[in-house]
Design a protein around this ligand. Structure first.
Ligand SMILES: [Zn+2]
Length: 159
């Protein structure tokens, strides 16, 4: 499942990218007519009533809550997403590209020294060059997602 967010739900867009979903964000687009130019299969996520009315024939979730975590819960429930739909930390948070494993030696000097010392696996975005590793934000994100899916399914199944 792929998504498109408007500027009212930018943080939700980053959460969805963390979870591995292909997500285009309006605030990163230079086009004024963002939703018209993207493919119609993408699920539009918005808090704007005007967008909801205008694109009522497109797949769309009208987001009710102001909190990105609760927004994520709504998306998971309404679209019946399962734990197996996720592909955690597989996508660049900045530009939505898939990230790829890179050799540890190639990131020396490009990440803080303590990070290089304590981490052995790194990924990089081919588009923007940003380097990713499993930091504490990974653990927090996993805990939050697990909580969402446990709430939904009672338990989280292995994929
Ligand atoms: Zn990138």
């Amino acid at each position: 499942m792929r998504f498109a967010t408007d500027a009212t739900v930018g943080k939700l867009g980053r959460h969805l990218r963390s979870a591995g979903f292909d997500t285009l964000c309006q605030h990163q687009s230079r086009r004024g007519n963002f939703f018209e130019t993207i493919d119609g299969e993408r699920v539009i996520l918005t808090r704007t009533r005007l967008v909801k009315l205008r694109f009522k024939r497109r797949p769309l979730v009208f987001i009710r809550d102001n909190d990105p975590y609760r927004q994520m819960i709504q998306v998971v429930h309404e679209l019946k997403l399962g734990w197996c739909d996720l592909n955690l930390f597989s996508r660049c948070l900045e530009c939505n590209e898939a990230i790829r494993p890179v050799d540890r030696a190639t990131v020396a000097g490009r990440v803080p020294a303590y990070v290089w010392q304590y981490h052995h696996t790194f990924h990089a975005c081919a588009k923007c060059g940003r380097i990713y590793w499993a930091g504490s934000h990974h653990d927090r994100m996993i805990q939050r997602l697990l909580a969402i899916f446990k709430q939904k399914d009672g338990e989280t199944h292995e994929c």
